[in-house]
Design a protein around this ligand. Structure first.
Ligand code: BG6
Length: 305
């Protein structure tokens, strides 16, 4: 069976050996295994901290949490009752359907609608659909956000939100380079003062490393990223997600995270495509689709810094 659903967990298995596991809790992908053309044996491509809760008591520390409708602490007036990174990553989604089940692609659709618990802190009408598709060497995640308001009032009852895929890419963090981000403008959230955090910097590095505590929000970042390390890598391409966040806490911030395994920061880099500078806006009745496709890189491609 290419799609199995057992106690809140959905497993996708591809005819060529790749696989995905996702939780209904947060629609969080917690495992993606795939090989390459030269090394076909499937290996784990995502990091999940061994100290992470995966029982639905807290967002998963790893995998691919879905961030909606706010990234980081809320800043939009309609989001003020929400926690950091919004609610999508800690609500139980509904298994909606199997979309494709053939030798090329296995894909499923989950949905999330307002519940009493959500409405108590966020009263905008919305519908979310999340499509996870698995190919031999690729996973794609698509978030469909619909503004279900039927209001015809003026000004329109728009839905304003941020959205992001919080990818924890399993990698030897100290050897990772992310590119091409050179000359892109970014906001450095590791800066101590608010003024410095809000002042854009310009990336000078051909390949961005995370050997130091890194929390950078690249604006209008180009939409195609390579995350490489000696002997491996992934490529991420996106649709509608104009920004990208590169985050690794290193020891200095990692030891302060209760659900981070010891040394976990050495085993992943977060490269997170999203719409997080400003807000995406949808009019009543309309749908926005944000997509990422993550592919394994088959041959070593590496640039010098
Ligand atoms: C990143 C943010 O996306 O997520 C960081 O840029 C944040 O600032 C990190 O620390 C982890 O967030 P959380 O809420 O999962 O601990």
């Amino acid at each position: 069976m290419p799609v199995k659903q057992v106690s809140g967990r959905v497993t996708l298995t591809h005819a060529k050996g790749s696989s995905v596991e996702l939780l209904l809790y947060g629609a969080t992908v917690i495992s993606w295994k795939a090989g390459t053309i030269t090394e076909p044996q499937s290996i784990e491509r995502l990091f999940v901290s061994s100290k992470s809760a995966i029982d639905g008591s807290k967002p998963v520390r790893g995998g691919i949490p879905v961030i909606f409708p706010c990234f980081g602490p809320p800043s939009h007036p309609e989001h003020m009752k929400l926690a950091q990174h919004g609610f999508a990553r800690n609500e139980v989604w509904k298994f909606d359907s199997i979309i494709m089940d053939n030798d090329e692609v296995v894909s499923v659709r989950l949905t999330l609608e307002p519940t009493a618990g959500i409405t108590a802190k966020y009263d905008k009408p919305f519908h979310l659909a999340y499509i996870v598709a698995l190919a031999e060497h690729q996973i794609s995640t698509d978030l469909h956000v619909t503004n279900t308001s039927t209001s015809t009032a003026y000004p329109p009852d728009n839905l304003e939100f941020q959205a992001l895929f919080h990818n924890y890419i399993r990698a030897p963090a100290n050897d990772v380079l992310v590119f091409p981000l050179q000359s892109k403008s970014y906001f450095d959230k590791t800066e101590a003062s608010e003024e410095a955090r809000n002042k854009p910097k310009v990336e000078t590095r051909a390949g961005v490393d995370v050997r130091q505590f890194t929390d950078s929000v690249y604006e209008d970042a180009g939409g195609k990223y390579e995350v490489t390390w000696p002997g491996g890598g992934v490529e991420i391409t996106v649709r509608e997600l104009k920004d990208v966040v590169v985050w690794n806490p290193q020891q200095v911030a990692g030891v302060k995270m209760g659900d981070m395994e010891d040394g976990g920061w050495e085993r992943y880099v977060c490269v997170e495509p999203g719409h997080v500078r400003g807000f995406a806006k949808i009019e009543p009745g309309k749908t926005w689709i944000g997509q990422q496709v993550i592919s394994v890189i088959h041959h070593e491609r590496r640039i010098n810094q």
